[in-house]
Write a protein that binds this ligand. Sequence first.
Ligand code: C5P
Length: 233
Amino acid sequence: MCAKIYCIVVAAGSGKRFGSPLPKQFCQLGGRPVLMTAIDRLRRFLPESEILLVLNRDYFGDWARMCGEHGFLSPEVIAGGDTRWQSVKNALCAIGECSEEDIVMVHDGARPLVMQSTLEELVGAIRCGSHGAIPVVDVTDSLRMLDGGCRSHAVDRACYRAVQTPQAFRLSLLRSAYELPYTTDMTDDASVMDAAGYSNPVLVAGHEATLKITRPQDLDWVELIMSSIDGQA
Ligand code: C5P
């Protein structure tokens, strides 16, 4: 039997840093909520996958209304938790029975521009036997480590990579990693896998277009990038 691919799109954050009353995943990008672009691209590039959408329960009604307004078919919606970790865990619990070969991808709904090449590399790495694969990009700014107080020192940026989503894993292993108690350094799924001993995920090429919308001006950037990548993915 062919392995199933599940895509968990986490979008239950309140986006406090964004500073708008509406969480960033519902803000307008190209005339519709950011989240619809992220979901549509996953559907386009991974048509065989099953998508689960994680939302804060307070926004279930707003999302249903937005889907109605845009004629958008929502994936199954799961209630999120107080942390990203809890939101992912809720979705993993909702998946039910799985086979050893099944794959899960976890994606931030605030990153609308998922790229086809990244998805292909992620799925390819897991199908080749890796337990996990994550997209990374080079760090282009110089970096400094904070030493406490007002002291800091330069570190070699060549030793670091910035990590994006989607992140892909063997579903059964990610589930077992999510049995561990939460710690604040579990900011993504690869860090949860690390804590469970499944370290060294395959690093695949992320894409600068896959930036996470964090500040309001990021929406303008993403809209510009979207118009330039349209048709080439
Ligand atoms: O806050 P940050 O931008 O790092 O969140 C990354 C992703 O995790 C976002 O898509 C956000 O909606 C999601 N998230 C979530 N549940 C939370 C917190 C964040 O699904 N409690």
